[in-house]
Design a protein around this ligand. Structure first.
Ligand code: NI
Length: 307
């Protein structure tokens, strides 16, 4: 195999597989949602989407440099902004990236021995050094993307479990009769209002865990409307924190503690609705339009309910 074909083959392996070092870049992106791609691992740090744009920027620069152009990237070109983080744009970004990679491989295949030895404009190294560097650069950022995916995948699922809690919680606490907040199933059992206030405390606790300043407080205004509003406000504050950056406490532990607890208690409220003679309708929750990031009072209408 000629050097140009060999190099193009190495490059395409690092982009689409099968790569010696593990998953190729496109393989690493498999299953990465637009919300996960857009998430930053910490203040000012580059998320998966931005890593992809960065690798593409250097493929572009390499293409232009092999054509004899002197190229310098300023910081905004080095790490381009991702813009609107929609699902459509994320799909388009990946398609565009792949097309650029194929273009790069084609250019590599077309290079002659003479081309490889040309000194890059404005640099002290030649085209060979530049292009081998490009393969290494792609592999380096693929490793970072795989790591971000492993770390942030948990945070993404935590955010979705929060959205699920709010979707279910809204059904459980909305439309209850006036007598429901103080309904008691037995002499010593907690009322729906007490349980809801406890759920709100759990959400507050989850936020303090995410921020690394864990604190437990028990609040209960004694008012159903106020505690309902606190439920949505607490969930939204937690979602905002989760979306902004990695949690100070492991995401899976925030799930196993406060979020799992809160979900159980929403189940209790749902059960009490039935005992109080004001049941909510059952639903196929796997079909429900529960969206990661949607943690406020505004939730989608149920798709498939039953009695
Ligand atoms: Ni880089």
């Amino acid at each position: 195999m000629s050097e140009s074909n060999w190099l193009a083959d190495q490059f395409l392996r690092s982009v689409e597989g099968e790569a010696w070092h593990g998953p190729s870049l496109m393989e690493a992106l498999n299953g990465v949602s637009h919300t996960l791609a857009a998430a930053s691992p910490g203040a000012g740090k580059h998320g998966i989407w931005q890593q992809l744009l960065h690798v593409e920027a250097w493929m572009n620069a390499a293409l232009r440099r092999t054509a004899g152009e002197a190229v310098e990237l300023d910081p905004a070109q080095d790490w381009p902004a991702i813009g609107d983080a929609t699902a459509e744009r994320w799909t388009a970004a990946q398609t565009e990236f792949r097309a650029k990679a194929v273009e790069c491989a084609e250019r590599m295949r077309s290079l002659t021995e003479e081309d490889f030895s040309l000194v890059v404009s404005g640099r002290e190294y030649n085209v060979r050094f530049l292009l081998y560097g490009l393969v290494q650069h792609t592999a380096y950022h693929t490793g970072q993307i795989a790591l971000l995916k492993a770390l942030d995948g948990k945070r993404d699922l935590l955010r979705h479990s929060l959205a699920t809690l709010v979707y279910r919680g809204k059904k459980a606490i909305t439309g209850a009769p006036d007598s429901f907040p103080t309904f008691q199933a037995g002499e010593s059992s907690r009322t729906p209002l007490q349980i809801l206030a406890h759920v709100d405390d759990l959400l507050d606790w989850a936020l303090t865990l995410a921020e690394g300043q864990q604190a437990w407080r028990e609040l209960n205004s004694g008012d159903w409307e106020a505690e309902s509003a606190r439920f949505f406000a607490g969930a939204e504050a937690l979602e905002t924190r989760l979306a902004a950056a990695a949690t100070a406490y492991p995401a899976e532990k925030i799930y196993q503690g406060p979020i799992a607890d809160a979900t159980q208690h929403i189940g209790q409220i749902t059960y009490l609705r039935r005992l109080a003679g004001a049941p909510i309708r059952g639903e196929n929750y796997a079909k429900a339009a529960i969206e990661t990031g949607r943690a406020g009072k505004d939730q989608a209408a149920p798709k498939r309910e039953f009695d």
